[in-house]
Design a protein around this ligand. Sequence first.
Ligand SMILES: NC(=O)c1ccc[n+]([C@@H]2O[C@H](COP(=O)([O-])OP(=O)(O)OC[C@H]3O[C@@H](n4cnc5c(N)ncnc54)[C@H](O)[C@@H]3O)[C@@H](O)[C@H]2O)c1
Length: 466
Amino acid sequence: MEAIKQNMDEEQQIPKGTELRLVQVKGTWTRQRVSSHGHNGRVSAANIYESTSSHGTSWTVVSPITFTFTITQTHDLLNPSNDTLLMGHIRDPKQLEDFRSSTKPIKRFVVMDETVYSLYGSQVTDYLEARNVLYRILPLPTTEENKSMDMVLKILDEVHRFGIERRTEPIIGIGGGVCLDIVGLAASLYRRRTPYIRVPTTLLSYIDASVGAKTGVNFANCKNKLGTYIAPVAVFLDRAFIQTVPRRHISNGLAEMLKMALMKHRCLFELLETKGRFLLDSKFQSTEDPIGKCADPASVSTQLAIETMLEELAPNLWEDDLDRLVDFGHLISPELEMKVLPCLLHGEAVNIDMSFMVYVSCERGMLTEVEKLRIIHCMLRLELPVWHQDCNFALLQKALSERLQHSGGLLRMPLPTGLGRAEIFNDISNDTLYKAYEKWCDDLSTGTELGFPNISQHKNDSKSVE
Ligand SMILES: NC(=O)c1ccc[n+]([C@@H]2O[C@H](COP(=O)([O-])OP(=O)(O)OC[C@H]3O[C@@H](n4cnc5c(N)ncnc54)[C@H](O)[C@@H]3O)[C@@H](O)[C@H]2O)c1
């Protein structure tokens, strides 16, 4: 216990001094020496360390902040008999009981991606009407190009006009990752932190953008340069929304699922290898696997993707630890995605980055040729691009050096060390990168050598969205 505390003190660089606990008696907080025995009252998890140095007297506050949020996989979210959308964020049974018995009308501000509004707006309206909610729905063109502070301010302006009670009336975002990132940022700014709920409607946002605490918008031509780490109060997942998502965007989400599979879960990789095309064709709507007579691949794969993602994100919500397996595919892709915007979707850029990194792993002797080919074939079957003409060696180096600047001078590269296994490396030489790059281009820029018949289709940078 003592050793843990000492490490914590070293990590947080708390000056040696007097440690004071905070105790509340009849509404008043007071400091008490930790060494003093006995206290009556409520003790805070926060401490104050008082010390004196040549700078003067200092008080260092160590105040743990806890985020509690629930991710719920549900069905029929927009069925008025399902109260998840309005009450699913209330965890305390007493609060829930009070909420149910209250006569005060429920008030909700809802932001929807414009396309999602055209598809599901009437269902959302019917739901809110049927539940007698006082509501305002704001449909917005939440595209990657519009993912800016202007959009955040537009939401804030409307929220302010509508008026919400900050603690009990969460803002609801319904849409893809772009919409949810923008709504999350707006909510985290409004009155410094207003609770918000995420309802993801794309595969990518279902398994990735919704699961963690990050919000953000693009700024100065850089991806997600402005943002916060404020978790939603709840995330409600309903796979039914995915049935209207264009095929290309399902592939896009599959890239993030493949990332988790390659980093952490061999069975998930094998599931994507064998059932990935079926998932793409059925848009994750199946209830059973028609071929294998095993558990429904749509629910198994989404559940595994969320669980593996949560294992990595929950202990590191603020990304203080820079050794992150979830960064696989995210070292080069931000630079590439912004360079060719709007030609590549987020998951597509991530996949091109992963495809290159698979070659780096192979060059380093951590993946066999057979494993490398299995991965690239799987990517192609998921209809994901594996190479891009703008992803040249100069861009790779620029992206990696940019990354180096933001990671404390040590480039941490998550790389597969087998199928469903990975480690973080900081010693990949420029020589290895270059050799991998040459092979990557030789194999994949034309696609013919490895027998990848669809490769030319994937290397274009201007695929149209269905
Ligand atoms: N916060 C995070 O942790 C996190 C993680 C990963 C990605 N992201 C962000 O997510 C964004 C990508 O998310 P995305 O791929 O969902 O993109 P998106 O939000 O742009 O949605 C993709 C397209 O699908 C449409 N759409 C959404 N739902 C639909 C539905 N049910 N039916 C038909 N069309 C639908 C949208 O209008 C849009 O045209 C990126 O900006 C990325 O930075 C954030």
